[in-house]
Design a protein around this ligand. Structure first.
Ligand code: FEO
Length: 394
């Protein structure tokens, strides 16, 4: 893709991974990018690297600007392999470079790649003078790993927060004002929901801490997707909303079905929700994926989950969904359950127990139907959907 200039002496030297469709289980239907940045001043600094499969391309991009041997510092904001696994290759060429990382970053680099590197650790508030420019570091543990930190270029007001504010979005364009605004926010929301959602309290606190440090970025240059230069406050506000659980009058119905009974119930429940003029999304888990389901839930006030009973348990796709959802801990949702069974039952009970154990707010009674729902059962399902919709409106 070549290099792109952010400001005089600051270049994007990253990689566009057009064909990535699975990022450790996250369905990346629009690919991704691994962003790395090169700063040339009296000293030269590389901010992050890329996934190892693109090591040579990163090297090529650096060489188009400078001799890698001139790199004085390699800042590793985060050691997850999509950002650091090109380090061993780059370090062979950047023989004079000192690696800059948090204390936990140093540990993680050593545990991933051995102890052959010269590493200087930094903590929040530490600064590194490159010449006219100053790098200021902010530790951001758990955004996304314990090692994570942000790098701020003080004079240019450019924040490089690594995973935070990213999007899995491959494009030939590098800036927010060059891509479709709807697609951008959709991918930013998908990224937040699937990567950062369980860290919501930390996000709110970190944004407040950054503001208190006097950091007011004019540009936010994350490690995935496009760079926020037109309106960085838009993504900051979106993160504040998502992390505080702001949601709309919307219900998501997630279900699966064996012989169609739970499917009929899901449709009747959806009609009940819609009868209250509340938005409803219906996702059958063998037709949808976990990435899509959790993204739909991000801005919903209620989630209604349905499963047939299989071997006295919930259906495996629903078990996978609940495992994923309870790990990501969507905030402030009302959860309700429904399902069908042939003889013993068990799906609604096991779904309800799973949600309660995870601390979710659960609607008192679920709804269960034996074999095939008749007209009366479907009327009850309609009423169930209507009741949940009325509750979130209230
Ligand atoms: Fe993009 Fe946590 O790595």
């Amino acid at each position: 893709m070549g290099t792109i200039t952010l400001a005089e002496g600051i270049s994007w030297v990253g990689i566009v991974d057009w064909n990535l469709r699975d990022f450790h289980g996250y369905v990346t239907r629009r690919g991704t990018t691994y962003n790395a940045y090169l700063i040339q001043d009296e000293k030269t600094a590389l901010i992050d690297t890329v996934k190892h499969t693109f090591s040579n391309e990163l090297l090529h991009n650096i060489c188009a600007i400078t001799d890698p041997a001139k790199i004085d510092y390699i800042i590793i904001n985060h050691v997850e392999m999509d950002h650091s696994s090109a380090l061993p290759t780059i370090a062979q060429y950047a023989k004079n470079a000192t690696i800059i990382a948090s204390e936990r970053g140093k540990e993680a680099i050593t545990e991933h790649y051995g102890n052959e590197f010269r590493i200087k650790t930094v903590k929040t508030g530490d600064e590194l003078k490159l010449g006219k420019r100053t790098l200021r570091f902010v530790e951001a543990p758990m955004l996304h790993w314990p090692d994570s930190m942000f790098t701020y270029i003080v004079e240019d007001k450019i924040l490089m927060p690594n995973d935070a504010f990213g999007q899995h979005l491959a494009s030939a364009q590098r800036f927010d004002d060059e891509v479709d605004a709807h697609v951008l926010m959709e991918e930013a929301a998908t990224y937040y929901a699937n990567i950062l959602m369980p860290l919501a309290p930390l996000i709110t606190r970190k944004i407040q801490e950054v503001v208190q440090m006097g950091i007011a970025p004019a540009v936010i240059a994350p490690s995935h997707g496009v760079i926020w230069r037109a309106n960085p406050s838009k993504i900051i506000q979106a993160y504040l909303n998502w992390s505080s659980g702001v949601a709309k009058q919307k219900v998501v119905i997630v279900y699966d079905t064996m012989w169609g009974s739970t499917d009929k119930m899901a449709r009747a429940i959806a009609e009940g929700v819609a009868s209250e003029a509340v938005e409803v999304k219906v996702l059958k888990m063998r037709a949808s994926d976990l990435t899509e389901a959790i993204t739909e839930i991000l801005d919903a006030k209620a989630v209604i989950v349905g499963s047939p009973t299989l071997n006295n348990q919930m259906f495996p796709t629903i078990s996978a969904f609940l495992t994923y959802a309870t790990g990501l801990k969507p905030k402030g949702k009302l959860w309700a359950f429904f399902g069908s069974y042939g003889w013993g039952g068990g799906a609604v009970k096991s779904m309800t127990e799973t949600a309660r154990k995870s601390g979710f707010q659960v609607e008192e009674a679920g709804i269960e139907v034996k074999y095939v729902p008749d007209a009366e059962d479907l009327q009850k399902c309609f009423g169930f959907g209507k009741q949940i919709a009325a509750k979130i409106k209230a």
